[in-house]
Design a protein around this ligand. Structure first.
Ligand SMILES: Nc1ncnc2c1ncn2[C@@H]1O[C@H](COP(=O)(O)OP(=O)(O)OP(=O)(O)O)[C@@H](O)[C@H]1O
Length: 640
């Protein structure tokens, strides 16, 4: 059969399945036929390794399986929809770990999704895990995009986890065996799983590079030291030993650089003199500007385990830190957002934090809770003061207590010999942001309550209390009152943390989308080349989308589009394929029918409660502010 013939058949099949533009699937199908000699109707039993071999693979994967254990379970809880299972694989696509509802295990097993099963492309054709390993980026393989017909019942979304050398060392996969799943349902799962893959990559990076000097980088000074910064590990000889995928993307222009000198134009001593050195993940040294060879300016900070200091520096005094122009700009007491609700929340939040009132934020995933927390910290406490953000859901349960409260030297197996002061101690004098606090284990909740009451922290394995002084902002996607009722969250802690509540609007409820898009594009194009803007057509499309993943999803879509927007103008064809599908599945009709139904239902409940706002909000299980926002959005007013 000629190559053209293959191409024609594949194109035709893809047209049929409605994914003609999906390059990744097309190329994978070509590999399946031409390289692996598979046929669509090949029927094969899953290849499952014996338990002993799977165990060996887990051991061979180093600390991956250990670190991922809790994270995989947290991800499963976060997906919060029925019919899904989460899988962790090694770099050959062999499933090492899985979590699913008991009742669903048989159907996943029947379809070959079980520990020990091999899901490489070569073995199972186009599939979430195997194709993700080849592509090296998050991907969804939906139903008949699977090459083998027998897998057409599956919908799989997978994200790669990279090792410090930049190789895929694992895949996180969320799969479902359900008829009613649409490709667009996977958008939210994909942002979530990509975040968890990033979190796992960082945990592995810190573990593997524990004795190196770590350089934290970000285009925005505020984000250096956050879970979003880029990480590079450097040996005492100045050679770059590892980098996270965020760092590889950020430093693409200096791609060939193998050492500090070729990346930044000065040697290790120069780097240390420019940036100063903080201990561990300390935030005591603020980020400073750092020009990158090949163009661009980043902000950076270096950290070094105390016991490695001698290896790297001859105890030269750290230079005095000067505030950067950018971090100073955050203390102007304003935010660029134009949406009136966001602006009011910022003002209220800043005032509360200034007066040391604990703030509890709620809002859909990706709606900007951490972003807002940083802004009000900068206004109330100062951008130069430590802001320590911890995502309680992304930390393995076994590590959360030592991470938060610190530990004495040798307190438990695996603890650093010199001990660790803990993240709460690092927030001393600044703000502690506890994201997803609803996912904090009960034992850690008890300790946290004691810290809040006594304003002292006692590291694990130590009897000495250390005084701490910090402001507290918490955030949660789950209803904490319900979590209290379910016995998953301590009531006394809830009262302690919810000094005041701020509820962030979802992106679809904001009135400043075009302005936000323009601002995000300025940020993205600063990392790329030249200015980028959206065509009117695209702006109109973006404003029609429902944005279940909120600003995080918007950032992802814009970053994707910027890569393809030649001449600085984003056109429809530059948007991701599944974004088009999301819109076409929801063309004016579906979206507006739903909206109309919601507005009608709202009016009905208001009528039932004689337009009493508190009672209506209570009946709907939402806050009064959310009710007012919804009424504004649907233009619902009581008729005279
Ligand atoms: N007002 C804003 N202006 C610009 N970018 C924003 C804004 N709010 C959020 N972002 C960006 O959107 C992304 C998601 O924001 P953030 O992490 O603050 O959301 P979140 O609500 O804390 O998410 P999660 O619930 O998953 O923890 C980040 O990349 C952030 O920088």
């Amino acid at each position: 059969m000629s190559g053209n013939h293959y191409g024609g058949r594949i194109e035709a099949a893809l047209q049929l399945s409605g994914v003609a533009q999906n390059r990744a699937v097309l190329e994978s199908w070509q590999r399946c036929e031409q390289r692996f000699g598979l046929a669509h109707d090949t029927l094969r039993r899953p290849e499952v390794m014996p338990e002993s071999q799977t165990r060996q693979r887990r051991d061979r994967s180093g600390r991956l399986y250990h670190h991922a254990h809790d994270l995989v379970r947290t991800l499963y809880r976060k997906i919060d929809a029925s019919g899904y299972a989460v899988f962790l694989t090694d770099n050959d696509g062999v499933i090492l770990d899985s979590v699913a509802a008991h009742t669903l295990l048989p159907s996943f097993r029947t379809n070959g999704l079980l520990p020990g099963a091999v899901w490489s492309e070569e073995r199972e054709g186009t599939n979430g895990i195997g194709t993700c390993i080849v592509e090296g980026r998050p991907i969804t393989i939906h139903k008949d995009e699977h090459f083998l017909v027998q897998h057409a019942v599956l919908t799989c979304t997978a994200a790669p986890v990279f090792d410090p050398e930049g190789q895929v060392c694992s895949v996180l996969d969320v799969s479902a065996v359900r008829d009613d799943i649409k490709r667009t349902d996977c958008l939210r799962v994909r942002s979530l799983i990509a975040d968890y893959a990033d979190a796992l990559e960082r945990i592995l990076f810190f573990d593997e590079c524990a004795s190196d000097l770590i350089l934290h980088l970000h285009p925005d000074a505020q984000h250096v030291g956050s879970t979003r910064d880029a990480l590079i590990s450097i040996g005492p000889d100045g050679n770059i030993r590892g980098a996270t995928s965020t760092a590889r993307r950020l430093l693409a222009a200096a791609d060939n650089a193998r050492d500090v000198q070729s990346m930044f134009g000065f040697d290790l001593d120069g780097l240390i003199a420019t940036l100063g050195v903080g201990e561990g993940a300390s935030t005591s040294v603020s980020a400073k500007a750092l020009p990158v060879n090949g163009g661009g300016l980043l902000f950076g900070r270096v950290t070094l385990p105390e016991k490695q200091r001698r290896k790297f520096i001859s105890m030269r005094p750290a230079p005095v830190s000067r505030p950067s122009a950018r971090s100073a700009a955050n203390e102007t007491g304003d935010i660029p957002d134009q949406d009136p609700v966001i602006r009011r929340l910022y003002k209220v939040g800043s005032k509360l934090l200034t007066n040391r009132i604990n703030v509890l934020m709620s809002g859909e995933t990706g709606s900007g809770k951490e972003h807002m927390a940083r802004a009000i910290h900068a206004a109330a406490v100062g951008a130069r003061k430590p802001f320590v953000a911890i995502n309680c859901a992304a930390l393995p349960e076994s590590l959360i207590e030592s991470e938060l409260f610190g530990h004495a030297g040798g307190a438990f197996t695996g603890a650093a010999r010199d001990g660790f002061g803990g993240r709460i101690k690092q927030a001393d004098g600044g703000t502690l942001f506890l994201d997803e606090i609803g996912d904090m284990p009960l034992s850690a909740q008890g300790r946290l309550l004691r810290v809040l009451e006594q304003r002292t922290v006692e590291p694990l394995g130590s009897t000495k209390s250390v005084p701490v002084n910090f402001r507290l902002i918490c955030a949660s996607n789950v209803d904490l009152t319900r979590a209290v009722a379910d016995g998953k969250f301590r009531e006394d802690l809830l009262y302690r943390i919810k000094g005041a509540r701020l509820s962030l609007p979802a992106l679809r409820e904001r009135s400043d989308l075009p302005d936000l898009i323009a601002r995000l594009l300025r940020g993205i194009s600063r990392d790329m080349a030249g200015d980028v803007r959206c065509s009117d057509d695209v702006l109109e499309l973006l404003s029609r989308h429902d944005w279940p993943g909120n600003i995080r999803e918007l950032v992802n879509v814009l970053q994707y589009a910027c890569v393809f927007a030649e001449g600085g103008l984003i056109l429809r064809s530059h948007l991701p394929d599944d974004f088009h599908e999301a819109i076409t599945c929801d063309p004016n009709h579906a979206g507006s029918i739903l909206k109309r139904a919601e507005a009608d239902a709202l009016r009905q409940v208001l009528d039932d409660h004689r337009w009493h706002i508190s009672k209506t909000a209570k009946a709907l299980g939402i806050s009064r502010n959310t009710l007012y926002r919804k009424m504004d959005r649907f233009d619902i007013r009581r008729e005279a």
